[in-house]
Design a protein around this ligand. Sequence first.
Ligand code: SF4
Ligand code: SF4
Length: 326
Amino acid sequence: MNKPKIALYWCASCGGCEEAQVDLAEKILDLVNLVDIVFWPVAMDYKLEDVEKLPDGSITASLINGGIRLSEHEYVVKLLRKKSKLVVAYGACSAWGGVPGLANLYSREEILKYVYHEAPTVENPQKIQPQLKIKAEEGATLELPEVFPRLLPLDLVVDVDYYIPGCPPTPDVTWKAIETLLSGNLPAKGSVLGALDKSLCYDCPLNETKPEKVLIKDIKRPHEVIADPSKCLLTQGLMCLGPVTRGGCGALCIKAAMPCTGCFGPLNEVMDYGGKAASYFASIIDYSDEEEIKKVLGKILDPMGIFYRYSLPASRLRGKITVMRR
Ligand code: SF4
Ligand code: SF4
């Protein structure tokens, strides 16, 4: 039987998205009954040449996680685009840059200098740094992919049909998205699959305890307070980003008394997640005195890491490094 072909690939990622796919557990067996997986470097021994030999458009959907940081990523995602009917950005890194996208606050040179020379655990007296090409003693020329000056979300490199949110997407969201992709009943191009177009608060078991208008007098970090798990975390001063984050994750963090950090990203109408989140918090500080306001906001020690944790490369700021390519 001619089953739909699926490809799975990772770019600049932590591997968590791959873990999430494996977390489908016994549903993986349903998946392999439904589709032929033709490329999945983390789990199966297909080679790039296998993909290169496939006819254009013969893969039904490629699910790509991670942002684009290396020339190798760029080559493979362009290849998968050519070979696939649908390309899906899987997870926060692919959709908006994700946590590795915070590296866009530094230049490539600063990153390499820190990683190979300055990090406390590095011992590199010969000051060796990876080169694009080296001639090995045996005579062969060895090549490494180029590190781009900044990390890009997938849709700044290839045309993307759909997005699956999360860091990582939950197995439930992943399965719903796969069912949609295989159903033939596809939503509008650019849609987010498997999640809600309502905020997390809508889906949160603590929503009943959240007042219509939240006002807070203090901001607390999770280690500073033992949260009451039966009460909206935001009203306890914890920076829960649920009001500005897409729902559909099942409120897993909230159920563990941890505030939402925003990994399901913005709702449909929001252009810049971090800007929306920052303006929301500015609107709920319950002081009119400027000094008091400054004191409370001063407790947000890492505003970029809080508000743009998953979305800096896709934001209007994009990062301190503004060059698009090499
Ligand atoms: S979205 Fe999260 S889990 Fe997936 S690769 Fe990026 S950091 Fe890892
Ligand atoms: S805990 Fe967070 S997600 Fe839940 S209702 Fe409060 S603000 Fe919303």
